[in-house]
Design a protein around this ligand. Structure first.
Ligand SMILES: *Cc1c(COP(=O)(O)O)cnc(C)c1O
Length: 232
């Protein structure tokens, strides 16, 4: 496909996703300004991201620190106002790079990460907004704190590590209807006084918006199919 055809394709994908966000908000009686679209650009090289920036998108998500370091500093320098979200698992030895590069981190899920982030935030004087990832389906292979441990972990982040918890994030099991997982995340957030809800991907973001999502993480519906496997 030519560069121009590709650019047109991503711009129309973006427009379609924005339209679906608006109509899901309308259905749910919600203000669309309360829903942030995080365009997930993982695996896509800079030339495929530029047209999405040109179409007005400023909020992007990546799931690997190293991949993001390779492509985003130059893109951010060329396009002011970019907001970068880390949506993939974080290792504590990457906390320094993550705090330096990302504005929002969606995957805080264990004390070791909370401690490493608190240290780096103090050291660098940067305060990325933090989301706690909850493994709502209790899947053994998936990151995230278990639902029954979420309240205690959020309290630990706040009281022992001095972290402000801005929101919760989940990735429902791929084979289940996502709505109960979204509802569970919203319930845990409400009882902990947390306002952000990062939930909903290409296949299910309208359902997530109906359940209160404040951040939807949408990749393939904008950028097209990923040829490289890169799953969280
Ligand atoms: C890849 C990814 C997404 C986007 O997935 P799509 O199905 O392409 O929209 C969202 N959230 C996380 C955590 C991801 O790793």
């Amino acid at each position: 496909m030519s560069t121009q055809a590709k650019a047109q394709e991503v711009a129309s994908g973006l427009q379609a996703v924005r339209g679906e966000i608006l109509s899901a908000c309308r259905d749910a009686g919600r203000d669309s300004a309360a829903v942030t679209l995080v365009a997930v650009s993982k695996t896509f090289p800079a030339p495929e991201i530029v047209p999405v920036i040109a179409a007005g998108q400023r909020v992007f998500g990546e799931n690997r620190v190293q991949e993001a370091q390779g492509k985003w500093p130059a893109l951010c320098a060329a396009h002011p106002g970019i907001e970068l979200h880390l949506i993939g698992p974080l290792q504590s030895n990457k906390a320094r790079e993550a705090v330096a590069l990302f504005d929002v981190i969606h995957t805080v899920d264990r004390p070791k990460i909370a401690i490493a982030l608190a240290e780096e935030m103090a050291r660098q004087g940067r305060r990325p907004r933090l989301f706690v990832q909850v493994n709502t389906g209790a899947e053994p292979q998936k990151a995230g704190v278990l639902p029954e441990a979420a309240d205690a972990f959020i309290a630990e982040c706040r009281e022992q590590h001095g972290l402000e918890i801005f929101g919760l994030m989940c990735i429902p099991p791929a084979t289940e209807v996502p709505d109960p997982h979204f509802a569970l995340l919203a319930k845990i957030a409400a009882r902990n006084g947390v306002s952000g809800l990062s939930m909903g991907m290409s296949a299910d973001f309208p359902a997530a918006i109906r359940q209160g999502a404040t951040h939807v993480r949408v990749g393939s519906a904008i950028f097209g199919h990923r040829s490289l496997p890169n799953e969280a």
